[in-house]
Design a protein around this ligand. Structure first.
Ligand SMILES: CC(C)(COP(=O)(O)OP(=O)(O)OC[C@H]1O[C@@H](n2cnc3c(N)ncnc32)[C@H](O)[C@@H]1OP(=O)(O)O)[C@@H](O)C(=O)NCCC(=O)NCCS
Length: 179
């Protein structure tokens, strides 16, 4: 089942029709700072990114667009990546449009996709990493049941600056409480 539903969202694989909103997301300053996608100069680049997100054939990622039920607008992107079917682990990454922040979009996306990882892919651990300076992401991790397990030193290359930052490592296991 690749379509997930939450209180406010339909979470489904990316589609090229998402391109105008994906363009906005990819060029958002906070996204470019904390979770960059690579350059997005035009809608064509956004479509290419969406097509790559929709192609799960290599088995190493599963990526979705989150659609707000009320407006029909894309409000975020969430991805399980670095899926390792030997160790049954994956990482999770997420981005929310600036005009949709602060109303639970990340919380719902992260919880729904993590449950999907456990229930549909039989994974035994999902890992969430963020720069120690990204307080919003740390809060998302905490409210969705990702336990803070440690700090990886110098793990994040801050885009376009040459600076490096430490990262928090959070993990959630199938038995951990979620939302
Ligand atoms: C981080 C991000 C995904 C949060 O998305 P969001 O939809 O606004 O988050 P939610 O509304 O689900 O909030 C979840 C929790 O985080 C808290 N939170 C959200 N933004 C926050 C901020 N700027 N500072 C502190 N806490 C914040 C919320 O209050 C909420 O906690 P609560 O339930 O205790 O009130 C969003 O700001 C974003 O896309 N940032 C840029 C990309 C990014 O940082 N991605 C993650 C990289 S690791």
């Amino acid at each position: 089942m690749e379509r997930l539903e939450t209180r406010d969202l339909v979470i489904r694989p990316p589609a090229v029709e998402d391109a105008p909103r994906a363009y906005e997301l990819m060029n958002d300053p906070a996204v470019r700072l904390w979770n960059p996608t690579g350059p997005c100069p035009d809608l064509e680049a956004a479509e290419k990114w969406l097509r790559a997100g929709a192609d799960w054939s290599e088995g190493n990622h599963a990526t979705w667009s989150a659609i707000d039920r009320a407006s029909g607008l894309m409000v975020g992107n969430v991805s399980l990546f670095a899926i390792d079917t030997d160790d049954l682990v994956a990482k999770i990454g997420y981005r929310v449009h600036a005009d949709a922040r602060g109303r639970g979009v990340a919380r719902q996306m992260v919880d729904a996709v993590t449950r999907w990882a456990f229930e549909s892919r039989d994974l035994m651990r999902v890992q969430l990493e963020h720069s120690v300076h990204n307080e919003a992401s740390c809060r998302v991790a905490a409210v969705t049941g990702f336990v803070l397990e440690g700090t990886a030193r110098s793990a994040y290359a801050v885009p376009d600056s040459g600076d490096r930052e430490d990262c928090h490592i959070h993990g959630r296991l199938p038995g951990d409480p979620g939302l």
